[in-house]
Every structure is written in C-alpha cells, then in structure tokens.
Design a protein around this ligand. Structure first.
Ligand code: GDG
Length: 482
C-alpha cells in the first residue's frame, strides 16, 4: 500500500486536466492521458490527494482557484489550477523553463552564438514568482496535516519549489523529480553563477532528488560539488546541505502496458493501421514517433536513413521511413525553424532518392496519437535517436505494441538506454554514419535474433511496473522520516 496514512500532494506545471470549449461555447474538461497522469493517479486516489498545476490557457483560467474533482478508478483526487498574470507566466514558462533550462539540460545551444542571456534577470524574477506561488499553494493545502503530507514536486519548471516550501514548512517531506536530463558541471557553468546556485540550492530543499537515469543523478551530484557549503558523498549519493542529508536517487519512469494495449485496440488505431499498411505495401517500415522537438534529433535521423540508402541501394523502394511528428512549442522561433528544416530535408531526400511512385520518407506533422500507436504495431525498425533525453517513453511503448519483432535503434543518451540498451542497437546520436550502420544491421538481422531481442525488450519493460516509480519515491521519503 502506497503512503499509508499520508496525503500525497503533487505539483507540476501541466496538470492532469485541461479545459477547452465545445461548439456551444461551454467550458469542457479533458483528461490528460500522458505517462505522468497514469503514473500518479493511482497513488493520488489511494491517499485522497491533491494535484496543483498551472492554468495554461484562457479556458483553464476560468476554472482556477476552486478544487476540481478527478475520477481515478473507484476513488478520485482533487486538482487545483493556479492562474498567473500572463506576463509573469510567460517569463516563467518560455523565458526560463523552455528557453533556458530545457536548452541547458539537453545541450541545445549553438554555443558560439547562444545564449546571450539578455533579459535573464526579468525572466528569472517571473520564474521565482511562479515557483513561490506553487510553494504557497502547497503549504496552504497541506497545512492541516503538514507533518502527514508527502510533497512530490515535478520537473525543471519547479526547481525552486523544494527550498521555498522547506522555508515555509521546515520538516516537510519533499521529493523533487526531473523528467529530463541534468547537465554536468561544465554545462551548468553556462548559467551565471547566482542562477546556477539558486537552481541547485532550490532542488536541495528536497529530501529526495530523483532522476530518470544514473547519468543524470551523477551529473547533479557533480554539480553540487561546486557549491561551497555542500558535502557530497558520490558513492552513497548523498549531499549534506544546510544540516540535512539529501538523497539523490534514480527512479526510471515506466508505462502501463495494459492501458497502452487498451488504447491500441480502438477503431481509430485500426483505421490508422490500415492506412499505414496501404502506404507501405510490401516495403519494410522504419518508424519514428516524436514531438517535433530539437532534442529528438530528427535531422540526423533523416541524414542517417539517406546514408543507409546510398550505401545499400538494393534497399531503395524496399524500405519506407514513416516519421510521425507531433508539433510542439511552435510559438518559439527555434521550434518553427527546426520543424521547417525537418520538412525541407525530407523533401530534399525524397527529391534525390525517390522517383515515380516511391517516396522514401513520409513525414506527418500533426497531433495524431492513434496513428503513433498503429505505427508502433507495424514497425520493422524503430528509430529513437535523441541527442539527450530524460527517459523517452516511445522506446518503451513501441516494443510493447509491436507485432513484427521490430528492432529498436536507441540513442546511448536516452535515459531508457540504461534499462533497454542491451536489447537494442545502441547509437551515438551525433554519429550519422554509425546510425546508418545500425539501420543496416537492423534490416539484415535474422528472424531469431529479432525475436530474441523483441522479447527481451518486453521483459525488461515489464520488470519495471508503473507503480514502482511513485512507490519507490514514497518509500524513500518514509525512510527519511524515520
Ligand atoms: C518528457 C521527457 C520523458 C506520440 N505521438 C503523439 C503523442 N505521443 C506520445 C507518445 C509518448 C509521448 O507522446 C512522448 O513521450 P517522450 O517520453 O518520448 O517525450 P517528452 O514529451 O519529451 O517527455 C522524456 C517524459 O517526459 C516522461 O517522464 O520520458 O524524456 O523529455 O507517450 O505516445 N501524444 C499525442 N499526440 C501525438 O501525435 N497527444
């Protein structure tokens, strides 16, 4: 039983419900179906807990402040949305979270040119203000039973919440979890000193600081060594800070195969599968499924496929690349430019290597989850080559649904590599030639080897059930309390 007698309070930027409006103009809720919602709902419902999140749209703002009830199985939990002044929220969300912290931890800057940090102080003030509001809301909602509450703070958006909450409730039980990678000391040194120290000391307000993979935990520990007053025990993964011991731990997030299979059994998925089969015909199928996101390394993926076709012309017209990209952060110029570059590169390759009746790359740029699930069922090779990625759930979802003993080509820099790398074909995501080589190895792999690897991937994924992620964090918090 998770967190017996304890209430769980979750804080994250994006919540488990969002609001839109129907044709009649009525505000209607929609439940988020993302991995985090699946991972947390059970524990929240079991503890009668509360999820605090930001109101991200105008419709969300109409629902802010009052408690909203969310059903989860037989029980349910409450959600509270926090509304912010739009300019402050923009500084927090784009100014710092998306454009500084996301870029920093995924190493997305073209460092000879960027960053220049113009306007950093103003943006940071917005980031601090939003983090303060979250800490205050957590305190207010947990106050009646502050000693009995477990606070689970999510991700880089809320890196300051642990220390801000600790100031309000000195003996609170707090865990912070980063869904993304963590830059090492030399990467972090790109940030001005006060900013990077605020970030580290913010996270060190927690009792438990969690990451998806050992490499990100190590990077965090190494960064903490740069703080004058921190004592870091690398072997035991403990940081002594302000008279407390902070445990740095690895909690690889998982997926729920049952929920995924149920979603894949729907008619929209069957219809998308028919569509893909029609397009592919007799060809083998190379698939990628990603947000149209800089860190996912889509350009090098296309270049690798081009190189593979050039080096192995017997595969022309015998393998098609289906790239399903869900548009993301299109209000940011970097993302619009990158998405355009992806389309242009696909067009160039199609123009060069394609011909009458055959296009090597089919690029789909839309939010179409059923199509992604259908593509998982049908791939012969799944390319997951992010430059850096906290975990990457596509690498776990694909093998669970795949029906063709498909081969996973997986970046060594995805968090998932530490769990799945042995059964995948690992690639250095920067090495286009090596990625082309991995595609060649995958398409030539003999059926028994494919079957063995596909099975091993499913076993490795099943070995880490989804409840484990939150369960292990709660156990560690309980240990700290004792
Ligand atoms: C962050 C970290 C970490 C796919 N197509 C559509 C769609 N999907 C779903 C997939 C999958 C999810 O989107 C993508 O998950 P990832 O883990 O790959 O990526 P991030 O969004 O970058 O997530 C990551 C994760 O947090 C969890 O901790 O693994 O490392 O970066 O579930 O099935 N969803 C919708 N439309 C699509 O067209 N709505």
């Amino acid at each position: 039983m998770i967190a017996e007698g304890r209430r769980i309070l979750v804080a994250s930027n994006r919540g488990p419900v969002s609001f839109g409006h129907d044709e009649a103009g009525r505000v209607v809720p929609s439940r988020g179906a993302g991995g985090l919602v699946t991972a947390l709902s059970g524990a929240l419902a079991a503890s009668g807990g509360l999820w605090i999140a930001a109101a991200m749209s105008e419709d969300d703002r109409t629902q802010a402040g009052r408690p909203l009830d969310v059903e989860a199985g037989p029980a349910g939990y409450r959600v509270r949305l926090l509304a912010f002044d739009p300019a402050t929220y923009e500084r927090f969300y784009d100014g710092i979270s998306n454009r500084v912290l996301w870029f920093l931890h995924h190493r997305l800057w073209d460092v000879p040119r960027e960053p220049t940090f113009e306007g950093l102080a103003g943006a940071w003030a917005g980031y601090l203000a939003v983090n303060e509001t979250f800490a205050r809301a957590l305190e207010e909602d947990g106050r009646s039973d502050a000693r009995q509450a477990f606070y689970l703070v999510q991700d880089y958006h809320l890196a300051l919440v642990p220390s801000l909450l600790r100031r309000r409730i000195p003996d609170a039980a707090i865990a912070h979890f980063s869904h993304i990678p963590f830059a090492g000391p030399s990467g972090l040194r790109i940030l001005p000193q006060p900013t990077r120290e605020a970030l580290l000391s913010g996270m060190l307000g927690a009792d438990v600081v969690g990451f998806q993979a050992p490499a990100w935990a190590e990077n965090f520990l190494l960064c903490c060594r740069t703080l004058r007053d921190a004592r870091v025990d690398l072997r035991r993964r403990i940081v002594r800070w302000e008279g407390r011991e902070v445990r740095v731990r690895v909690y690889p997030i998982s997926i729920d195969p049952g929920v995924l299979r149920e979603a894949a059994a729907s008619e929209p998925v069957a219809s998308a599968a028919r569509d893909i089969r029609r397009w592919a015909g007799e060809q083998r199928l190379l698939v990628r499924v990603d947000r149209a996101e800089l860190s996912k390394n889509i350009l090098r993926g296309f270049l690798a496929y081009e190189k593979f076709l050039e080096g192995n012309p017997e595969w022309l017209e015998r393998i098609g690349f289906l790239a399903l990209l869900n548009p993301s952060r299109q209000h940011l110029p970097e993302y619009r430019t990158y998405t355009n570059e992806c389309s242009e590169l696909a067009e160039r390759i199609n123009g060069r290597l394609g011909g009458e009746g055959w296009q090597p790359i089919h690029l789909s740029l839309k939010d179409d989850h059923p199509r992604a699930l259908a593509a998982y069922q049908l791939y012969d090779v799944l390319l997951v080559n992010p430059v850096f990625d906290g975990m990457n759930l596509v690498a776990k979802e694909g093998p669970v649904l795949n029906e063709r003993d498909g081969v996973l080509v997986l970046s060594e820099n995805a968090g998932a590599f530490s769990e799945l790398g042995r059964h995948a074909l690992g690639v250095n995501p920067f090495d286009v030639e090596a990625t082309a080589g991995a595609i060649a190895t995958a398409v030539r792999m003999d059926p028994s080897e494919r079957r063995r690897r596909a099975r091993a991937l499913r076993v490795a994924i099943a070995r880490n059930p989804i409840d484990e992620w939150v369960g292990a964090q709660i156990e560690d918090l309980e240990r700290v309390r004792r």
